[in-house]
Design a protein around this ligand. Structure first.
Ligand code: NAP
Ligand code: MG
Length: 480
């Protein structure tokens, strides 16, 4: 079925690398078959560590999207009628197959996206499997989840995902849609299509009826064609606020439902009474996890003035120990920036910060001379009005501000067009409760950061989007 290409050679630094099985060229997965794109156009997916080509991926146009939607519409007739327990069995099967191939999926995710193998192996892939397990369990319990509400599925769900958590975002989207009896047309991001295509192989192997899940790869136009298709009843989008706004314009006046998970500029707040060493670990995890390509990254740090000097000193010291380099090296803490374009965006923000004149700090670790890399970066004493404190950078760049009172930090933390997440570090439960009720953020973590679980809902306020994914809320988004 599949032809091995040279991708596994990159993976020689990890065990069992030869188990990686990638095709040289991927067609579109439509109606349970691998179909050539009607334009016959393919594009290259490459490794951000060394810019080497990994595999060719299809560019789907409107015609291909239409085929996929038709297949999903036809499959919906069957899928929405089979017993809920049967639906659950297929979803469990997908989860188990993913688990069996977890090692391979982790390597491919790391190769294609630039994220450290340790994160792909220990976080992304297990969480993606868990999402399928979690929603498989709900499939035959919807009556219990929504008692006396007679909920019904929506139809064909068009799902569009970004490049920062490729397989995990596919799982967040596909699992609840299937559990509730909907069918799916999913488009991964252009730089990270490979694990979604491996997932298509797993879905094929699960024996789920053809057309229930269709995977179409391509660029923004492919996504736009899904959004505009009249037979798509629900749009689930994760990506930038700019594209989220475009989507809202396209679907205005239609009957389409939508959930939009957009950008963020989340506050991580450290009080003087917090356990400082743990808080420093939380700051590091908050901003350098996945190179800062995290929608809920704790990218604005607020430190109580009395401990600011100590926290910043310890933070700089800890940052110097971060290993930046080949994502496939098990010792790597910070991997490659996902694309040349994203690296340009990050460097542009760093230049702005330097020109604005706030104190600038970068670690002096060695970084590879080729590929897309950025050293962990701090800007200290950043003004509230600075572009750096306002706009999402989506990279390993942290801005630091100080505060004296609780009211002041709440006001500053909420002074953002976004409202996705926040972190609070303190020894006092009362402070935690006070802040969780006043911070305008979809998720507030207390004395931890970037913790995810399939059972807890995730989503934003304001320009961070609307709707929730995960947990019961995530099921509700696929039912009427
Ligand atoms: P993006 O440019 O908005 O792209 C997201 C997805 O939409 C990609 O698959 C993209 O395809 C597609 N797309 C582009 N233009 C489109 C259009 N006009 N219509 C429909 N689809 C279109 O975002 P990104 O740069 O990939 O991701 C980074 C952003 O996503 C950040 O702002 C981040 O905060 C946000 N994000 C949010 C969450 C959350 O849960 N709230 C999670 C992850 C990321 P191409 O890849 O081909 O451009
Ligand atoms: Mg890639």
């Amino acid at each position: 079925m599949s032809t091995k290409n040279n991708a596994w050679e990159y993976a020689d630094s990890i065990e069992n690398a030869s188990h990686i099985n990638l095709r040289k060229q991927y067609d579109l997965y439509i109606d349970g078959k691998w179909v050539k794109p009607s334009s016959n156009k393919y594009f290259s997916s490459s490794n951000p560590h060394d810019e080497k080509h990994i595999a060719d991926v299809s560019e789907a146009n409107e015609e291909d999207v239409d085929l996929a939607v038709q297949a999903a519409e036809k499959a919906y007739e069957l899928w929405s009628k089979i017993s809920a327990a049967e639906r659950g069995k297929y979803i469990f099967r997908i989860a188990r197959l993913m688990q069996e191939q977890a090692r391979e999926l982790a390597v491919i995710e790391s190769l294609d996206s630039g994220k450290p193998i340790r994160e792909a192996r220990d976080i992304d892939i297990p969480l993606a499997c868990n999402h399928f397990f979690y929603y498989a369990g709900w499939a035959d319990k919807l009556e219990y989840a929504f008692p006396n509400q007679h909920k019904k599925s929506l139809g064909v769900a068009g799902q569009i995902i970004p490049w920062n958590f490729p397989l995990l975002m596919a799982a967040w989207k596909i699992a609840p849609a299937l559990a509730t009896g909907n069918t799916v047309v999913l488009k991964p991001a252009e730089t990270t299509s490979l694990t979604a295509l491996k997932l298509a192989e797993i879905i094929e192997a699960s024996g789920i009826p053809p057309g229930v899940v269709n995977i179409v790869t391509g660029f923004g136009d492919t996504g736009a064609a899904i959004v505009a298709h009249p037979k798509v009843s629900k749009i689930a989008f994760t990506g930038s606020t700019a594209v989220g706004k475009l989507i809202q314009k396209t679907i205005a006046g239609s009957n389409k439902r939508a959930t939009l998970e957009l950008g963020g500029k989340s506050a991580n707040i450290i009080f003087g009474d917090a356990p400082i060493d743990q808080a420093v670990e939380g700051i590091i995890n908050g901003i350098f996890f996945n190179q800062g390509h995290v929608c809920c990254a704790g990218s604005r740090l607020f430190v109580e003035e009395s401990v600011a000097e100590k926290v910043i000193r310890k933070l700089k010291h800890r940052m110097q120990s971060l290993q930046v380099g080949n994502p496939l090296d098990k010792n790597t803490d910070v991997g490659a920036i996902n694309s040349k374009e994203q690296l340009k965006i990050i460097n542009r923000y760093i230049d702005i910060g330097i020109k604005e004149g706030s104190e600038f700090f970068q670690t002096d670790c060695a970084i590879p001379t080729e590929g897309y890399y950025c050293r962990p970066t701090l800007f200290i004493n950043v003004a509230q009005s600075s572009i750096l404190a306002q706009e999402e950078i989506f990279g390993p760049v942290l801005t630091i501000q100080t505060f004296r009172t609780v009211d002041e930090v709440i006001q500053k933390a909420n002074n953002s067009p976004y409202g996705l997440a926040a972190g609070v570090w303190t020894d006092k439960g009362s402070k935690i409760f006070n802040l969780t009720s006043k911070l305008k953020a979809g998720v507030v973590w207390a004395n931890t950061y970037n913790k995810f679980d399939p059972s807890s809902p995730f989503g934003g306020y304001k320009e961070s989007g609307f709707g929730r994914e995960g947990g019961l809320h995530g099921l509700g988004a696929y039912l009427k």
